[in-house]
Ligand binder design. Structure first.
Ligand code: SMG
Ligand code: MG
Length: 369
């Protein structure tokens, strides 16, 4: 597959409602859409670096710089037949996982299209439908949160995740458990606590949570092992895991018993698959995280979540939960039974709506081989 042209688009999508986490409030999502034209097909990827360096050190400008100055020059004009060949070409670049993942995704899509198979098939996926959950930001009131959860459960979502932060934790967890005793329910702290807060997590241990996501430091593995030792509830790491090596360290130290895989955080589908396979061999369940992607990134997550060890519902929700209009057609919907269909058409399996993509594009640049 000869890489003829690559295009980057800085996009800004306005959220249907603000998303509040321990890191702040998001009103819109800025990402980079990567387009690769090769051998008469077009591959699409999404880099989930955001407008702010709060979830990750990467931002749209840092990812743009790494893509334009290092990653794209390493493959433009080349003839590649596997994604591994492309990765080998930029293996010298350290870190910048979100920049790498956006390009890698576009290459996976293009290669799958040249072979006429779906991305799910190309990644080794086995499911035709995946179980999906929803991630709910911090709400002003307990009543407001319960109402939101009731609405999502009525739409079919199989698992509820709420964001927590100091002062916005136990009272919400307790109320949700009381109102919805049987649901799959988990919390995500986005690194808002330290080991000094162990008492809060010991209390949370009584609420039969599916997992507690990233309670401590955003690069930490060691302190999480101390916390996990004190809890029955599995800890799930998100921010701390950037690679298979991080995963091995976290599992061997018993820092967590579940892993959240986000392709953007680990450099792409290739590393995601390695983590998935290792976790399967260690009996560690994984689930697919989300970065409020547009339909392009969402399509990749859906395909990834079709692999067999993605046994827990992911943060993969319907397009309309995030955006009034998606930039793909058809947009992603949740079936009444809380599943989402895995597209079967070649590549990501959905079409990019160029009119909508144009509307959300802030800046674009293209490079020719
Ligand atoms: O895509 O549904 C989604 C959002 C899922 O909560 C979500 N993501 O830490 O897991 C996480 C957050 C990161 C994004 S908030 C900036
Ligand atoms: Mg998280």
């Amino acid at each position: 597959m000869k890489i003829e042209r690559i295009e980057l688009r800085h996009v800004k999508l306005v959220l249907v409602s603000p998303f509040v986490t321990s890191m702040g409030t998001e009103y819109d999502e800025e990402h980079i859409i990567v387009r690769v034209d090769a051998d008469g097909v077009t591959g699409w990827g999404e880099s989930v670096a955001e407008g702010t360096p709060f979830y990750s050190y990467e931002t749209v400008p840092t990812a743009w710089h790494i893509l334009r100055d290092f990653l794209i020059p390493s493959i433009l004009g080349k003839d590649i037949s596997t994604v591994d060949e492309a990765i080998a070409g930029y293996a010298k670049v350290r870190g910048h996982m979100m920049a790498k993942a956006g390009l890698e995704a576009a290459l996976w899509d293009a290669l799958a299209k040249t072979k006429g198979i779906s991305l799910s098939q190309m990644l080794g996926g086995t499911r035709k439908k995946i179980d999906v959950g929803v991630s709910i930001g911090i709400q002003d009131s307990v009543e407001g949160l319960l109402k939101k959860i009731g609405g999502y459960l009525a739409e079919g979502y199989k698992r509820i995740k709420i964001k927590i932060a100091p002062g916005f934790d136990l009272q919400f967890v307790e109320a949700v458990r009381k109102e919805f005793p049987g649901i799959l329910f988990q919390v995500d702290a986005n690194s808002a606590y330290t080991l000094d807060d162990i008492g809060i997590f010991k209390k949370m241990d009584d609420y039969n949570l599916l997992l507690i996501e990233q309670p401590l430091g955003y690069e930490d593995i060691f302190d999480h092992s101390k916390l996990q030792r004190e809890l029955k509830t599995p800890i799930c790491l998100d921010e701390s895991i950037h690679s298979l090596d991080d995963t091995r360290a976290a599992i061997e130290l018993d820092s967590c018993r579940i892993i959240n895989i986000k392709p953007g955080r680990v450099g792409g589908f290739t590393e995601s698959k390695l983590i998935h396979d290792y976790c399967a061999s260690m009996n560690i369940p994984v689930w697919c995280g989300g970065m409020l992607e547009s339909g392009i990134g969402r399509a990749g997550n859906v395909a990834l979540a079709s692999l067999s060890n993605f046994t827990l519902p992911g943060d993969i929700s319907a397009s309309k939960r995030y955006y009034k209009e998606d930039i793909v057609e058809p947009e992603f919907v949740v079936n009444p039974d809380g599943t989402m269909d895995v597209p079967t058409n070649p590549g990501i399996g959905v079409e990019v709506n160029m009119k909508n993509l144009e509307k959300v594009t802030v800046r674009s640049e293209s490079y020719k081989g």
